[in-house]
Design a protein around this ligand. Sequence first.
Ligand SMILES: Nc1ncnc2c1ncn2[C@@H]1O[C@H](COP(=O)(O)OP(=O)(O)OP(=O)(O)O)[C@@H](O)[C@H]1O
Ligand SMILES: [Mg+2]
Length: 313
Amino acid sequence: MIGNEETHDVERLLPPPIKRIVVDEQLQPTIVQPPVADPVAATGPSAGAVRAGARAHRRGTPGPERMTLDGLSVSYGTKRAVNEVSLPIRQGEVLALIGPSGCGKTTLLRTLNRLTELTPTARREGRILLDGQDVDELEVTALRRRVSMVFQQPNPFPMSIFDNVAYALREQAMKRPGKAAVEPQVIDALRRAGLYDEVKDDLSRPALRLSGGQQQRLCIARALAVRPEVLLMDEPCSALDPRSTAVIEELIQELRSELAIVIVTHNLQQAYRVGDHVAFMYLGDLVEYGRTEQVFAAPRAQRTRDYVGGAFG
Ligand SMILES: Nc1ncnc2c1ncn2[C@@H]1O[C@H](COP(=O)(O)OP(=O)(O)OP(=O)(O)O)[C@@H](O)[C@H]1O
Ligand SMILES: [Mg+2]
């Protein structure tokens, strides 16, 4: 059951920033109204959802809003990939972004730290705020330090484990720091990424000799080394085996207390396990946004029901 505090949270968050559902490209969009009372608070998650695995943590009070998406749209040429999405991204919680292939998840994620600017045809409208400041006003490398990204395929640099993590630290320094100067931060980042114990005997080993799961944790360490405020993860486990996936999910649970995390995943059970809130996208639209239990147990939009239905079989 969900406790009173949780119920209170849910109520405090309503109404959620739902936009509209595009049921079909040929049909008129249907507006989804917020519920009068939160159905999950009344009934709890479905038995199926509960069977899917105990969530490793219970939700506390949501932290401060670190990023705000306000009517964010992105087009490639004339094709719209993200359509007027408004969302909060809060410290101390994980936002799971789900939806079918091609619905704009990666585009949305890459726009948050202005990576889409590297695509010449991409054009953005709407605002993105980081701690209340428009990201367009920030220097782009400073923004990417504060909002850092981990990609689907682990992409360690062809250098040692140590240098992979030190690279990010050295890049932001005015004068290239020596090994001794960055060593404490490198070790700290490897620890926070849950990799240190496995590699501590030889940090000079080439990173490319690590396993896939270790390489991904190294990339997470590299992203964490610069102490970001927001961590963006685009299907970080899709190239990994179940054991490595479990290790990374545990890591996400631990990191969420100090960061705001946005994770894109095709794995609905993973979204359920790690997400505090879930955003469901379809054809560039944000169809539904809500607390994880609500989106899975009592989706408000038919399109969401169709997508998450059967996730817990
Ligand atoms: N560089 C690009 N140039 C043109 N169109 C693009 C580009 N990148 C993505 N798109 C298009 O934008 C839409 C959204 O793509 P995006 O990669 O954001 O989807 P996604 O939800 O991440 O999909 P997947 O789950 O397959 O990773 C798609 O129609 C895609 O073809
Ligand atoms: Mg993608």
